[in-house]
Design a protein. Structure first.
Length: 311
């Protein structure tokens, strides 16, 4: 089968199409015939070597690319219940050091990394949910705040940020969204009560609408101190990338979200898609053979939603 791998680090041009054996599912695993694979910044971080330099991925001769998948069950290993051949599923590969990712014709995942696919979404749409949706859920879980708390979400028009806004609103939080001015209507549609355009003196402008500062911030845009300054004393601040955590000033608790597979949480996200709580956004679809082009477009920025590779 075809799969996209990297054997050396660099720009999109290092993505290599390899012929590899079709993987076999072991006990507790499922082989998925890939219909769609989301293209995420973490894929570029793997390809460029950033994750290895950051100590997240050990040096490897070959690295698979791709975390998100939507497709159909092709085979199940011993002990697997709840899934059968032909079932539509979505899942996330959360081991970035593996030699095979979801940019492939088939992928094997542990059963606890899978959920039934949304009924109300195409495979391309569904492939945008697992990694970004789980990241948002797990970040919100770290906050451990009561309903009514005020949460700042930077990068609110982005993939993780958009889910974070919608999921925070569904939990009863007051959401203050930060995004470009042109995206105000979009993020308010996700559920943001308050909107602050990105720009200079962000903390002052947030505090003008939330006196004393917000209870917590989900800094998906990696603004660092600029966003931390908008958080009240002894508040919470969640970081979404390695090596960019600001100092925990004013008693603010700073924590990283390190996403992990969670079948129950993923099934919950699917239910929220099917009931209309979460909107899935596809920026564009490309054939698997155009993975290099997809990474070039990812690097260019300006996307709303995720690029998706179609097998």
């Amino acid at each position: 089968m075809r799969a996209v791998v990297v054997r050396r680090f660099g720009g999109p041009e290092v993505l290599e199409f390899a012929e590899v054996p079709v993987p076999e599912p072991g006990p507790g695993q499922v082989r998925v015939k890939v219909a769609a694979a989301g293209v995420n910044p973490v894929d570029a971080g793997t390809r460029s070597g950033f994750l290895t330099e950051a100590g997240i991925v050990p040096p490897c001769e070959v690295l698979g690319i791709g975390w998100d998948v939507a497709g159909t069950v092709d085979a199940v290993g011993d002990g697997v219940t709840g899934f059968a051949t032909g079932d539509g599923v979505i899942g996330v590969r959360d081991r970035p050091s593996a030699a095979l990712g979801t940019y492939a014709e088939f992928v094997v995942l542990d059963v606890d990394a899978l959920a039934a696919a949304p009924r109300m979404a195409s495979p391309a749409e569904a492939a945008t949910l697992p990694l970004n949706g789980l990241t948002a859920v797990q970040a919100l879980d770290l906050l451990d705040l009561p309903p009514g708390a005020t949460v700042l979400v930077t990068g609110a028009a982005g993939a993780v940020g958009g889910y974070a806004v919608a999921l925070a609103e569904a939990r009863g939080f007051r959401v203050v969204a930060v995004a470009d001015t042109a995206d105000e209507a979009v993020v308010r549609g996700f559920g943001a009560e308050l909107f602050v355009p990105r720009g200079d003196f962000l903390a002052d402008r947030v505090r003008s609408v939330v006196p004393g500062g917000v209870d917590a911030a989900l800094d998906t845009a990696l603004l660092g101190l600029e966003a931390l300054d908008a958080v009240a004393n002894r508040g919470r601040f969640i970081v979404f990338a390695a090596g960019v955590a600001p100092l925990p000033l004013r008693g603010i608790e700073v924590d990283h979200v390190w996403v992990h597979a969670d079948a129950a949480a993923l099934a919950g996200l699917v239910a929220q898609v099917d009931d209309g709580t979460l909107a899935l956004r596809v920026a564009d679809t490309l054939p698997l053979g155009e993975a290099v082009k997809a990474h070039e477009r990812l690097a260019a920025g300006g996307l709303r939603g995720r690029l998706v590779l179609i097998s």
